[in-house]
Design a protein around this ligand. Structure first.
Ligand SMILES: Nc1ncnc2c1ncn2[C@@H]1O[C@H](COP(=O)(O)OP(=O)(O)O)[C@@H](O)[C@H]1O
Ligand SMILES: [Mg+2]
Length: 159
């Protein structure tokens, strides 16, 4: 299954061409490394595929239900933020869903029957989405990536 489809991508800044007619597909389970010297266009490419920048020409298509998490090289780190939190922020849309789930659980205590039915339905939908998107393995994924990058995370209990 194709997760990302890029077709005929062309982009430049002024008269400096960055890409010329780039096409590729990313399949489920594949890993890609983007390699290039400073200023070759790696960050520009990431901005285009994550929808932050429009290309001069070409098409970027993500498969339905795919959310791209992106950690920028120029990360905006707030004071007191741990490495774990910074890495985990790539999963923000899922973490927000979890937060909504917790809100719903709190609301259940005081809901009448009609409200309860609506809340239970929303809860079920969110739970399915979280399971589908491997929400319950985020901590393990963050740990794996951190170790691979050489960061030893010691703040486990803080999260
Ligand atoms: N917004 C912009 N306007 C003009 N030129 C840009 C802009 N963003 C990047 N560039 C230029 O495009 C080239 C590629 O930049 P970038 O994608 O940041 O490269 P990399 O991430 O591979 O180091 C560089 O020459 C850079 O100066
Ligand atoms: Mg860069």
């Amino acid at each position: 299954m194709s997760i990302l489809n890029v077709e005929h991508l062309t982009h430049g800044f002024g008269d400096r061409a960055i890409f010329n007619d780039v096409s590729f597909r990313l399949l489920k389970g594949e890993h890609i490394g983007l390699v290039g010297a400073n200023g070759e266009g790696k960050s520009t490419f990431m901005s285009i595929v994550t929808g932050k920048m429009l290309p001069d020409e070409g098409k970027v298509e993500w498969s339905k239900n795919v959310h791209a998490g992106y950690l920028d090289q120029h990360a905006v780190l707030e004071k007191g933020m741990t490495i774990r939190q910074a890495l985990k922020s790539a999963f923000d849309p899922l973490l927000q869903k979890e937060q909504r789930m917790n809100e719903i659980c709190d609301m259940l205590g005081t809901a009448d029957e009609e409200e309860m039915n609506a809340l239970m339905e929303e809860l079920g939908t969110i739970q399915d989405e979280l399971t589908l998107h491997d929400f319950y393995t985020i901590d393990a994924k963050v740990e794996e990536v951190a170790r691979a990058l050489g960061y030893l995370i010691l703040d486990w209990t803080e999260m």
